[in-house]
Structures are given as C-alpha cells and as structure tokens.
Write a protein that binds this ligand. Structure first.
Ligand code: F6R
Length: 616
C-alpha cells in the first residue's frame, strides 16, 4: 500500500526513481511524486494519476540531481489531489519526505504546529511529520546527517502510528535517510550507490544485496555507504540478504497483464508449494518450518486460521481440510475481527495466520494478539522477508514467486495446497492411515498436470465470460470445500470488473438469495462430482425454474446431468473432492479475468484497491 523508492549515487536519480515506482505501482496508484536534490535546492514533480502521467510531466519538465526520493500513493488521509501527493515539505521547504503508514495523532500535532505559525498545504498526516522533523532540525546548530537523525528521533518520539519514510534535505547533498515502524523498508547496496524501497521488487534491477530494516530503525545512506541505528539512539546490527528474485520474476513477460501471467504460473507455484514436502516413505507431509515435533502437534486440540480477503477464503478451505483429514476442531476468523475480539482459546489452540504479502496490517495485528495471549502462532506467507514471516513462531513459505497483480490468484492455490499438507500431516499423526496418506500424496502429485488441463480451458472459459460480461449482478454458489471458492470467485469478479457479485453456500439460496434470481442475473454454481453433487444439482434446478441462467463447473466425464439443465458447463479434470478447490478456483480466476478484459477494466490496477493493505 503506497510505494517508496529512494536513490543516492552518481547516476541521474529521476529515471531510477521512476522505474522503481513503475515496479511498485501495484501498491497504490492514485498519484505520484519525485523530489531530488539539485544544486542546493529540492526540486519536486507531482502528478495525480498513474506513474506514466508523472513520467510524461518529467519528460516535459525534467528534474536533475543524483539523490532523490519518490512515492506512489494510495490515499488514506485527504483526497487524491496534487497537493496531497508525496513528497511533502517542512516549513523551510528544504526537507522533503515520503511516507507509508498512518500517523494516528496527526490532527493534534497539526493543531499544535499551526498555533506556532506552521502553514500546511495538504490534508495529509505525512505533511505533519515533515514539519515536525524540519522544526527539530532547524533548532540544531549543525547541518550534518547526525543532526538530522537526532531531529528525526525527536519527531518520531512525538508520533503515534506507523511509518516507512525516506527523507532528503537541501543542506545535506548526497544524503538519504530512511526509518521504519510497521511499514516495510529495504535498503539496497550497489557499487557507489544505495537505494531505499518499500518493496524489494523496486530495486532488483539494480542490486540483489539488501538489508531489511527492522521496526524502529533509522538508516543513513550516501553513495559510499550506510549506517543503521535505532530510533532510541542505539546502534543496530544488520545482515545483508541476497535476493533471489530476478527482473523476469517481476516483469509481465509476454502476458498482457500480471494477473494472467500469475494465473498461468500456477502449475509451477503449486508444485513449488509441495516441493520437498511430501514423503512417500512415511505417507505424510514434512513441514520442518512449523518448528514443532509430532508429539507437540499431537497436543493441539483446536486450530484458528486467520487472514484477510483471499487469504481468508483459503483459510476457509483449510477449515474443511483440517476437520476432514485430521478431525481437529478448526475455526476461521477475519484477522480484522480476531484482533479486537476476545475469542476464548484454550491453551492447546494453535493459530495460523495466512498472508501473501506478510505485511497486511490486520493480519499482523492478529498474529501479535495471538502471541501476546501465549499461543504458538505460525505463518503461511509468500514474502519470506516480511514482518509476519519474521514475527511468527514458524510456518510454511509459499514459494509462489512475486504476486504483482492486485487480484490474488496463485497465492490462493498455494495457500490451499499448503493447508492440504498441514491437514495431511495432522491427520497422519492422528487417525489417517498410511494407505490414505499415500493416496493423498499421489493425488497431490497429479495436481500440476490437472492444473495444466484447466489452463487449457482458457479459450472456452473466455467465450463464456464474454457472453455474461454485461451482467449487473452475478451469484456464485458452492458447497463444502467449494463454498469458500464461491466466495473467492465472487471477490475476484467484483474487484476487477466492478460487477456486484456474491458468494454463498448453495443451500442458502432458498433462505433469501433466491429473490435476486431472474433472467438477467447469472448464477455460477461450482458442482464437481463430489458427495454433494446432487444437492448442488437441486439448487441449479431451483435457479433454472425461476429463469436464472446457470454456468456450472462440473467434472470431466461426469457432466451430462449438468449439460441437460445448465446454460454453460465448464468441466475440470476428475480430482478428489478435497483438491477440487484448487481447480475450480482457477476456472473462476480465468472467468473473472476475461469479463474484466471484455469490459475494458484495468485488470492489474483495479480502482480503489492496492496490493498489501498495510493500514488498518
Ligand atoms: C483479493 C486480494 C486481497 C488480499 C488481502 C490479503 O484479490 O488480493 O483480498 O487477499 O488483502 O492480503 P495478504 O495475503 O497479502 O495478507
């Protein structure tokens, strides 16, 4: 949510900053800005709109200098205007600052500064922070990086909230300063140049050697080197990490959209989620990252799975998986509710938090709340350098590669794959026989080839999607393992095509939703040939009896009954019911994608959304 890029070195800063912002545009794209140090002054360019608008403005009115900061915004405080776009300045106009996060007490600080005669030009919380740092620095007699760091410490001591920030000051040419609390910041080490970014994907084109800042750390960067210290004024240890992400990983390749690229990456991402984790010999899954022995896992009496959005839907599939394979009572909680709810949890409750980014504010808060209560809390994350990955007591990495399309796709199927492994492991140390374990492993191993077959259905799904693209409302339903997929299918559709869509358990139809059924409102029914197939079929009949069009997802070789009643049928390969969510969800990703394309929507950057919601 919002992106930061900073540069100090000997090259022209603006092109590097713009390229970094382009890579981060998926994090926020309301407005963007750049500030560089040029001959003793801070030059700034800001534009409302996309990075490309800023690039065009800079092409017309270039900005020089080899030290600079930049930002792409996802509005929290204040409307989307040029004034509210970052960077923001202090009273002197010499200090420029970009910020991710939220300063919770900005209103009272602003009132206090206004009383002192400070004038503000935006409605943002960030401008208050810039004024606080500038005011403290202007009271210092020295104009050194050390003095600016002291001023920053003083200012940060006054604010409540979260921040990832980057600062430049006209009096300190060749100096770039960053600090973090609750909003990620990574420092990139180049040759004679250094970088700051809120996400490593912004800088992998320039360096692979990075230092992830911890909360309450301040970094001072120059072309020659960098130092780290804490907000409290102590020294800080650091380790240099080699990033294994490549430029190709963060590019679109030949695909028109990241979302489509990531949908097609699922053969690999699901394979990678299982890689080295299946043991035929012991007929179970091996998940060393959980940091728990089988004896410890046996003591678990209850499991809570928590996450937001798509990760929550994956957790819902996990609830069915763990209960059916391991018979452990399992519950899903929206992270945003969990953090404030006083959920009664016995001491033998194990908590999993699920998050692709590992930075979602609500999920992180749920993790912290769970740990505060003394529960072992494990993470299922994609971003190995994320705060959730670092703060959890263990967990399972998704290894899905960067997910850049704002709509989550491959992260869902990776999360569900990992939850299947967890359910298998927990089942095998309880009531699941070794032959059942072996069967599940064999079925999991067959999954990538089945995903490949689903991906080959794209032209057929696209044709169907086009026919329904102009619907105003769409209903999604499924039962058991596929009830969460109905929720996820509806979420995918509404977030990228803006069609009102809702997902619910098929049998709930009769309890209210049926009132919405009419010839203009298609229903997508997920009805693979499983234990509840005939129940789903009855629900389809109920929709058809009221003139509602039905698109069904069924099973190859067993789709005849569906073809007789439904308007359109998409058939997935025959898979055991516990694994069908992985296949059916991919069908719905492709369906939503092609509807959005047909409607001319900006698939990778849907309105009002941003990847990784790092504010509450
Ligand atoms: C939906 C979507 C969001 C995320 C949610 C959690 O397509 O992308 O609903 O799933 O914001 O994000 P992570 O998994 O990063 O915690």
């Amino acid at each position: 949510m919002c992106g930061i890029v900073g540069y100090v070195g000997s090259a022209e800063a603006a092109p590097i900053l713009l390229e970094g912002l382009r890579r981060l545009e998926y994090r926020g794209y309301d407005s963007a800005g750049v500030a560089t140090l040029e001959e003793g002054i801070v030059s700034v360019r800001k534009e409302v709109g996309r990075i490309d608008d800023l690039r065009k403005a800079i092409a017309i009115n270039p900005i020089g200098g080899s030290t600079g900061i930049s930002h792409t915004r996802w509005a929290t405080h204040g409307k989307v205007t040029r004034e509210n776009a970052h960077p923001h300045f202090d009273r002197s106009g010499k200090l420029a600052l970009v910020h991710n996060g939220v300063i919770e007490n900005y209103a009272s600080l602003r009132a206090q500064l206004e009383e002192e005669g400070h004038q503000f030009h935006s409605q943002t919380d960030t401008e208050v922070l810039a004024h606080l740092v500038g005011r403290a620095f202007d009271r210092c007699s020295e104009r050194t990086p050390g003095a600016l760091v002291s001023a920053l410490r003083e200012a940060l001591g006054q604010v409540a909230g979260t921040y990832g920030i980057a600062i430049v000051h006209a009096d300190l040419p060749g100096v770039l300063i960053g600090a973090r609390r609750g909003s990620p910041l990574v420092l990139g080490i180049g040759k004679g140049e250094h970088f700051l970014a809120s996400d490593v994907s912004a800088i992998v084109g320039y360096t692979r050697d990075v230092v992830y800042l911890n909360d309450y750390e301040i970094a001072v960067l120059s072309d020659e080197g960098f130092t780290l210290s804490t907000v409290q004024g102590n020294g800080a240890d650091y380790s240099v990490t080699k990033v294994d992400m490549t430029e190709e990983d963060v590019g679109k390749g030949d695909y028109p959209h990241y979302m489509l690229k990531e949908i097609h990456e699922q053969v690999r991402s699901v394979t990678d989620a299982m890689r080295g984790r299946l043991s035929h010999e012991e007929a179970t899954a091996k998940l060393g990252g959980l940091n728990m022995s089988n004896a410890e896992l046996r003591t678990i009496e209850r499991i809570v799975l928590s996450g937001c959005g798509t990760a929550f839907h994956a957790a819902m599939v996990g609830e069915y998986l763990i209960e059916s394979l391991a018979q452990i009572p399992t519950e899903c909680e929206y992270a945003s509710e969990f953090r404030y709810r006083n959920l009664p949890m016995t001491k033998d409750t194990l908590v999993f938090v699920l998050s692709q980014s590992g930075e979602t504010a609500d999920t992180l808060a749920a993790l912290r709340e769970s740990k505060r209560k003394g529960h072992r809390t494990l993470g299922i994350c994609n971003n190995v350098a994320s705060t959730i990955a670092r703060e959890s007591d263990g967990g399972v990495y998704m290894h899905a590669g960067p997910e850049i399309g704002v709509a989550a796709t491959k992260s869902f199927t990776s999360q569900v794959t990992i939850l299947t492994l967890i359910a298998l492991l927990l089942g095998r140390i309880r009531n699941l026989s070794s032959s059942a374990g072996t069967r599940i492993i064999t079925e999991l191993e067959a999954l990538p080839a089945q995903i490949e077959k689903v991906l080959q259905l794209e032209p057929e799904i696209a044709k169907i999607a086009k026919r329904y693209a102009h619907s105003k409302v769409m209903l999604f339903m499924g039962r058991q393992f596929n009830y969460p997929v109905a929720m996820e299918g509806a979420l995918k559709l509404k977030e990228i095509s803006y069609i009102a869509a809702m997902g619910y358990p098929s049998a709930e139809l009769k309890h209210g939703v049926i009132a919405l059924v009419n010839p203009e409102t298609p229903s997508v029914v997920i009805a693979p040939h499983d234990a509840v197939f005939h129940k789903n079929l009855s629900n389809i009949e109920e929709v058809k009896a009221r003139g509602g069009p039905v698109i069904a997802i069924g099973t190859e070789g067993k789709g005849k009954e569906l073809s007789l009643v439904c308007d359109d049928v998409i058939l997935i390969p025959d898979a055991p019911e516990i694994l069908t969510p992985i296949l059916t969800s991919i069908v719905l990703q492709i369906f939503a994608y092609h509807i959005a394309v047909e409607l001319g929507c900006d698939v990778d950057k849907p309105r009002n959304l941003a990847k990784s919601v790092t504010v509450e």
